[in-house]
Design a protein around this ligand. Structure first.
Ligand code: NAD
Length: 497
C-alpha cells in the first residue's frame, strides 16, 4: 500500500504519528493509498524548519524570489499531465477538467512572478519640511493553509505561491482525501530551486488543524472548506491572535431571464451544475427561472441530461466523473431522497446509475429538481453534488431578493440580453463573485477570489492584490535628516504649519 507522508524542510518525513487515513480511487472504489495523519509534534517540527528558513527567505530580494517562482512555473508545465492524473486518481474529476483547474492554479504562480512590482511601496517627499514618509509591505512569518478536497492543486495554489512570493514561509495542510498532488507540487517547487523549509506539507485531520490554530509561531491562516469549519477556523484563529481568511461553502444561483439566449443559458448551466460532478464551490446549484421561462428551461436541461456521459475521469469520453468518496455519494443521494420527501419534483433521477466494470465507483448521474421552494432543505443547504434545483419566481426583483436572503454569498450569475437588468443585478446583488452571461464567474489570478456572507469569514479575498495584502503587513516610516538645525521639545501633536 502506497503511504503518503509529510514534506518538511525539503524532504519526505514520516512523522511521529501512527494514525493513517485511507485514500481511495473514486472511479473504482479501491483504496490505493494511506496518508499519515500528523500529530502536534510533526507540526512543531515543520514550524521550526519554516521559521529557520524564513530568516533568509524573507530578506531575499523579491526579484530573486520571483526567479525561483518562474522556474516553478516551468517545472509545473513540464509535469502537467502527471499532476492532472494525480488529481483524477484521488478526486475523480475528468482529466481535462483536472487540467483546467491546474491551469487556474498555474495562473496564480504566473501572477506571483510579478511580485517585485507588487511589493513596491509608496513614497512621499516632504510630508513636512525636509521630512519624507514611505510605506512598505513586509512578510508575516510562517503562514499556514488548510484546503478542501475539491481542488487539491488549485486552492493550495491560491495560497502558497502568493505567501512565498511575499517573503513568507508556508505550511500546507491539504485535504486528507486527495493529498498526492499537493505533495508532488512541493517536490517540484524544491526542484525549481526553492530553499528547504520554505514550503512544507503536513498531512492530517482535525488534530493537526487544531495544532496550527494554537501555534503561537503561525501569524496567519488561510482556509478553504465548508462553512462550519471555516467559522471554527476564523473564531479559533482570531482567539489565538492570527489573521485569518476562511472561505466557506456556497449555494450559487443562476438567474435565467425570459429574454435571454436560452441555448447559452442551458449550456452554461449544464457545465456549471454538473461539471466536476457539482463538487465546485462555484457550481450553480440553483437555477432561478424568471417569468414564463421555467417550462422550456426544465425541458431543455432534462433533454441534455439524457446524454450526459458519466464515467471514470481518465476515460476521454466522460463528461462527469464520480464523487470523491462513498460517504459523500451517500450524502448526495440522501439529499435527492430528501428533496422527493420535501415535495420537489424530481424530473431527472441519477441515483441508480450503474457503470459496467466500475460497479464499486462512487457514481451518481445528474439530477434535476423542479418546483423547489425556499423553505426546503435541498434549497437552503449545500449539496455539493450534481443536483440542480429549479426555483420559479415571477420577476427579476423576486430573483434578487431570493439570492440576497440566502445565507451563502459565493457566486451568482444572470442570463439576459438586457443591459439594464445585467447592470442592476451586478450592483444590487449581495454576492462576492458575479457573472453576466458567464456561468462560473471565477476571477482570473490578477483579480481576487472570495464570497460574501457565510461564504467567507475575514476581510481579504484570495490571490491577486488581496492576496498580497493578506500575506504582508504594512509599515510606514517617517524620516528626517537634520543638518545643524536643532529643535526644542514639542508637546502638541505634530501638524503641518
Ligand atoms: P471540509 O470543511 O470538510 O474540509 C476542509 C479542510 O478542513 C480539510 O483540510 C479538512 O481536513 C479540514 N477539516 C475538516 N473537518 C475539520 C474539523 N472538524 N476541524 C478542523 N479541520 C477540519 O471541506 P471539504 O469537504 O474538503 O470541501 C468541500 C467544501 O469546501 C464545500 O463546502 C465547498 O463549498 C467548500 N469550498 C469553498 C471554496 C470557496 O472558495 N469558498 C472553494 C472550494 C471549496
Amino acid at each position: 500500500m502506497n503511504l503518503i507522508e509529510h514534506f518538511i524542510d525539503g524532504k519526505i518525513v514520516s512523522g511521529s504519528s501512527d494514525r493513517k487515513g485511507k485514500v481511495f480511487n473514486p472511479a473504482t472504489g479501491q483504496q490505493e493509498s494511506e496518508v499519515r495523519l500528523a500529530s502536534k509534534s510533526d507540526l512543531d517540527l515543520a514550524v521550526e524548519k519554516a521559521k529557520k528558513a524564513y530568516e533568509s527567505w524573507s530578506i531575499k530580494p523579491p526579484l530573486q524570489r520571483a526567479r525561483i517562482i518562474f522556474k516553478f512555473k516551468e517545472v509545473i508545465e513540464k509535469n502537467f499531465d502527471e499532476l492532472a492524473k494525480l488529481i483524477v486518481s484521488e478526486h475523480g474529476k475528468v482529466f481535462e477538467d483536472a487540467k483546467g483547474s491546474l491551469t487556474r492554479g498555474l495562473e496564480v504562480v504566473e501572477f506571483a512572478c510579478g511580485i517585485p512590482q507588487m511589493l513596491k511601496g509608496d513614497f512621499t517627499e516632504n510630508v513636512g519640511t525636509n521630512i519624507d514618509s514611505w510605506s512598505i509591505r513586509q512578510p508575516l512569518g510562517v503562514c499556514a493553509g488548510i484546503t478542501p478536497f475539491n481542488f487539491p492543486a488549485m486552492v493550495p495554489m491560491w495560497m502558497f505561491p502568493m505567501a512565498i512570493a511575499c517573503g513568507n514561509t508556508f505550511i500546507l495542510k491539504p485535504s486528507e482525501k486527495d493529498p498526492s498532488c499537493p505533495l508532488r507540487l512541493a517536490e517540484l517547487f524544491k526542484e525549481a530551486g526553492l530553499p528547504d523549509g520554505v514550503f512544507n506539507i503536513v498531512n492530517g485531520d482535525k488534530e493537526v488543524v487544531d495544532a496550527i490554530l494554537e501555534n503561537k509561531d503561525i501569524p496567519a491562516v488561510s482556509f478553504v472548506g465548508s462553512t462550519p469549519i471555516a467559522k471554527y477556523i476564523y473564531e479559533n484563529g482570531a482567539k489565538n491572535e492570527k489573521r485569518v481568511q476562511a472561505l466557506g461553502g456556497a449555494k450559487n444561483h443562476c438567474v435565467v431571464m425570459p429574454d435571454c439566449d436560452l441555448d447559452q443559458a442551458v449550456n452554461g448551466l449544464m457545465g456549471a451544475a454538473y461539471g466536476s460532478a457539482g463538487e465546485r464551490c462555484m457550481a450553480q446549484s440553483v437555477a432561478v427561472a424568471v417569468g414564463n421561462i421555467g417550462d422550456e428551461l426544465v425541458n431543455q436541461i432534462s433533454k441534455k441530461l439524457e446524454t450526459l456521459k458519466v464515467g471514470p475521469g481518465m476515460d476521454k469520453s466522460s463528461e462527469m466523473g464520480p464523487l470523491v468518496t462513498k460517504e459523500h455519494l451517500e450524502k448526495v443521494r440522501g439529499y435527492v431522497d430528501l428533496g422527493v420527501k420535501e415535495g420537489a419534483k424530481l424530473i431527472v433521477d441519477g441515483r441508480d446509475i450503474k457503470l459496467q466494470g466500475y460497479e464499486n465507483g462512487y457514481y451518481i448521474g445528474g439530477c434535476l429538481f423542479d418546483e423547489v421552494t425556499k423553505d426546503m432543505r435541498i434549497y437552503k443547504e449545500e449539496i455539493f453534488g450534481p443536483v440542480l434545483s429549479v426555483v420559479r419566481v415571477k420577476d427579476f426583483d423576486e430573483a434578487v431578493k431570493l439570492i440576497n436572503d440566502h445565507e451563502f454569498g459565493n457566486g451568482t450569475s444572470v442570463y439576459t440580453r438586457d443591459g439594464d437588468v445585467g447592470r442592476t443585478f451586478a450592483s444590487k446583488i449581495k454576492i462576492g463573485l458575479v457573472g453576466i452571461n458567464i456561468p462560473i464567474p471565477v476571477p482570473v489570478a490578477y483579480h481576487s477570489f472570495g464570497g460574501w456572507k457565510r461564504s467567507l469569514f475575514g476581510d481579504q479575498h484570495m490571490h491577486g492584490p488581496e492576496g498580497v495584502r493578506f500575506y504582508t503587513k504594512l509599515k510606514t516610516i517617517t524620516s528626517r535628516w537634520p543638518s545643524g538645525v536643532r529643535t526644542n521639545p514639542e508637546f502638541i501633536m505634530p501638524i503641518m504649519k
